[in-house]
Each structure stands twice: as C-alpha cells, then as structure tokens.
Write a protein that binds this ligand. Structure first.
Ligand code: SDX
Length: 432
C-alpha cells in the first residue's frame, strides 16, 4: 500500500472514508474499497468487471491503449520471434526464462506425462460422434480429478507442480482423442521423440495404415500460435479458474471450469465463430452488407474477432498472426488464401468505418488464428480446443499464483438486489 489515498465522502451523512491506494510496478494503481460497506453500508457496482482488479498478479501485463502484452515482463512479440511454447510455459509458471538445462529437464517432464489413463481414453466412446470437442474436453479434463488422488493436496507445492506438468502435457492428447473420436479414427498415442507441437499434429493426423510425416512449417506455426494464446491477464476463463480454485476445489475441476468459460463465442469460441462468419459473408462483395448489420443495434450480428474489453488499439497478437498467415499459407501452399484475402479486406473496410473507429474496435487474437488452424488441416470445431491447449498454461500459472498466496480468500461477490421486498406466503387456494 502506498501513502496515497482517496477520500470518499457521503454528502448526505457527512461520513468520509480514506481509501488506501496500491501502486503496481506498471499500469493503473488500485483503490482498496474493502471498508466501503463497513463505513457507508454500500457495495461498489462494476458489471463485467470493466474497472475492477480482482487480484494482484506478477504473471502478465496488458496495456490496452498502447497494445502492449508482456509475459513476466517480456514483450510477446519478442517471445514470438525467439522463444518456443514450452519455454514460454516455463516462463509463465516459474517467472524466469529457463537455462538450457532447466528447459531440457522441463520439456522432458512434460513429454513424459503426455499419456492419459487408458480408462480415461475410453470415456470418449461415451460421446456421440458429433459431440462438440469442447464438450468432450471439458468433461474429460474434469474427470482427471477422479484419477490423480496422489496429487490433490493443493497446499503441497510438489502436488501443485505435478498437476501443472500433467495438465500441460495431457491437453494435446485429450484434444487429439476428441478429434479422432469425432472422425471415427483410432486414437494415436503420444510419442516422446517428437516436440510438443509435432506430437500434437502426429496424434491428430497419423493413421495406422501409413507413415505420417509432420510438416515442420505446421509445427512451427502451431508453436507460435500457442505462444500468443498462452496467457492474457484476468480474462474471463482465467478469472473463472481463479474463482473456482478459490473454493479449494481440486485443480482439474478448476481447469475444467476455465475450459467451459473459454468456449463462449464472446471469448475463445470467437475463433470458430470468425470462420463461420467469413464463410457466411462468402466474398468481398458482401462485406458492406455485413458491416452494416454489425453496426445495427437491432441486429444481433457482430463482427466476430473484432473488439476487445482491454485493447482499444490493435491486439498485438492479431498483428503477429496476420503477418504469419501470409507466410504459412504460402509455405503450406494451401488454397485458403481467398479466406485470408476476405479477412484482410473485411479488416480494411471495417477500420475505415466511423463506427469501428469511434468504438475502437480492432481485430483481436481470434480474427486471423482460425485461418491458420484451417490451413493446418484442423477442423473449425477444434479451433477453441486449440486455444484451450495453449491457455491451459496461463490457467495453471494463475491457479498456482493464487493457491500459493496465503492471503487468498474464497471469491464471493455481492449484488444490487432489485427483486421483491419481503412478503408472506399465499396458499394456492388463495392465488388467483
Ligand atoms: C478473447 O479478455 C481477454 O483478454 C480475452 C482474450 C484472451 O486472450 O483471453 O483476448 C480472447 O476473448 C478475444 C475476444 C473474442 N471475442 C470476439 O471477437 C467476439 C466479438 N467481440 C465482442 O463481442 C466484444 O467486442 C467483446 C466481447 C470482445 C468485448 O465486449 P465488451 O468489452 O463488453 O464491449 P461491448 O460488448 O460493451 O461493446 C462496446 C460497444 C457496443 O456498442 P454500444 O452498446 O456501445 O453502442 O461496441 C460494440 C457493442 O455493440 N461492439 C461491436 C463488436 N464488439 C463490440 N459491434 C460490432 N461488432 C463487434 N465485434
């Protein structure tokens, strides 16, 4: 707490409160409103938590006005250009970039936890073939708490660490199993001789009847996308993991809650919604019609992949992915460039439109990512699962930070009640 404070006065009663101010290392300070209810009998109101800090964190910093994203202080564009997803995972979990030996040991730990229990694999056969992959992933991740009784003491740092390794390692295996179930192909087991993203592609696309060669361009593109999706401060799904975890529930249940929150089209589900929107628009001649619909308050249609609660400038991740699209599509020689051209033209037209400029709506991380996923052969229904694989690192890092903090209390917001005042029960015979 700094020696700065805010003074709040209830003009009616004359009661004043001195609210302490805490300064961060960068970014906005926070005002401690904890004593407001005690001193003035009022709650604060901030639906959607637009201006509310839910916690203190050292993991990720975002400056929405400048379009800045730092993972443990490192700019995401520098990590995208120089790092790898598992190195970024180490950074987010442990706070520092690893030495070569630390990275090698960490990668080895992760790769030796990639198999899932054989009985857990059989869960997938309980789903209908056309179950949405996010339904399968959230169900199976939650079920992991039925398997790992040996590491469920959340107060035990060793248990917290093996949970982190297990969930990061097994998310690709679970995702690939969901995909194989949806296409009716046999599961492909993880291979410890492949790196994290090559292993994922092999589990997705290898089949028993012929050899499968992972395209290094695809593996590199996936690794970069995972770096960009790894964490993002107190976003909806990460806040969900923190809130669920604050009850002391087991970590797999908290992560499963995060998977469910990410699924929504306003959040991680947007990458799937963007591709469906681009397919709906069809070609550039239809863009003005859909931009007009997005501006019409009476039309529920929104430009998916546009707008952000925090970024009121370009999402730095969207810029990197847009540059990556051209390179990956060219290197993979896919025919997906019409979809990419449509997205580029849509962005260009929208950003010249007063509505989008005035409301500071720019492309976000989800606007271009689906174009690359599709170019890698990943079906649209799996796009949000890919987001969940990457964001599992951020969820785990925040869950660990919260669980290790002795000052953590259960999250329990209050409300503004506007329902009926107290009234007596009416017997059914007297109800008209
Ligand atoms: C992610 O929080 C994170 O960090 C999330 C994320 C992460 O890494 O974890 O970055 C990942 O979730 C990115 C966002 C993906 N979602 C979408 O692309 C869905 C489309 N975008 C929106 O639904 C919206 O922009 C949100 C949900 C992203 C942000 O919602 P806000 O901050 O609550 O803003 P809002 O809905 O109040 O919109 C403000 C105004 C409104 O108009 P008015 O009521 O003021 O007249 O802008 C309009 C909205 O109608 N608007 C849009 C729009 N997004 C906002 N109009 C048309 N198209 C859009 N996409």
């Amino acid at each position: 707490m700094s020696d700065k404070f805010f003074e709040l006065k209830d003009v009616e009663s004359g009661t004043t409160s001195r609210l302490g101010v805490s300064e961060g290392s960068i970014g906005p300070a926070v005002v401690d409103i904890g004593r407001l209810y005690r001193d003035h009998g009022v709650f604060t109101s901030d639906p959607g938590f637009v201006a509310t800090a839910s916690c203190e964190s050292k993991i990720t910093f975002i400056d929405g006005e400048k379009g800045v994203l730092l993972y443990r202080g490192y700019p995401v564009d520098q990590l995208a250009a120089n790092s790898s997803f598992l190195e970024v995972a180490y950074l987010l979990l442990y706070g520092e970039l690893p030495t070569a030996s630390e990275q090698s040991e960490f990668a080895g730990l992760i790769m030796h936890h990639t198999m899932i229990n054989e009985t857990l694999l059989r869960f997938f056969n309980g789903f209908h073939f056309n179950a949405h992959p996010m339904a399968m992933v959230s169900g199976v991740v939650g079920s992991m708490s039925a398997f790992y009784h040996d590491s469920m003491d959340i107060k035990n740092p060793e248990h917290r660490e093996i949970f982190a390794h297990r969930i990061i390692a097994k998310m690709p295996t679970i995702a690939a199993a969901a995909y194989k179930h949806s296409v009716g192909q046999p599961f492909v087991y993880p291979r410890n001789d492949l790196d994290y993203c090559s292993n994922l592609l092999n589990m997705f696309f290898a089949v028993p009847c012929e050899d499968y060669e992972v395209d290094p361009v695809a593996a590199e593109a996936l690794d970069l996308l995972f770096i960009l999706h790894a964490d993002h401060e107190q976003n909806c799904s990460t806040s969900t993991v923190r809130l669920a975890g604050s009850s002391g529930t087991n970590p797999y249940a908290a992560i499963a809650a995060g998977v469910s929150a990410l699924w929504g089209p306003a959040h991680g589900g947007a990458n799937e919604a963007v591709l469906k929107m681009l397919e709906q628009i069809g070609d550039t001649s239809q863009i003005p019609k859909y931009v007009a619909r997005a501006k019409d308050r009476d039309d529920p249609f929104r430009l998916m992949g546009f707008g952000h609660r925090v970024y009121k400038n370009f999402d730095p991740r969207a810029k990197i992915i847009r540059e990556m699209c051209h390179k990956v599509l060219t290197q993979l020689g896919t025919t997906d460039s019409p979809m990419f051209e449509l997205a580029l033209r849509l962005e260009e037209i929208a950003l010249q439109d007063e509505y989008f400029v005035e409301k500071k709506l720019y492309p976000n991380v989800d606007f271009y990512s689906g174009i690359i996923y599709r170019a890698l052969g990943i079906p649209v229904s799996m796009f949000t699962v890919m987001f969940a694989i990457a964001r599992a690192v951020g969820w785990v890092a925040h869950w660990q930070e919260m669980t290790a903090d002795p000052s953590t209390r259960i999250g329990r917001p209050r409300q503004l009640y506007t329902g009926p005042t107290e009234r007596d029960y009416i017997a059914v015979s007297e109800r008209d």
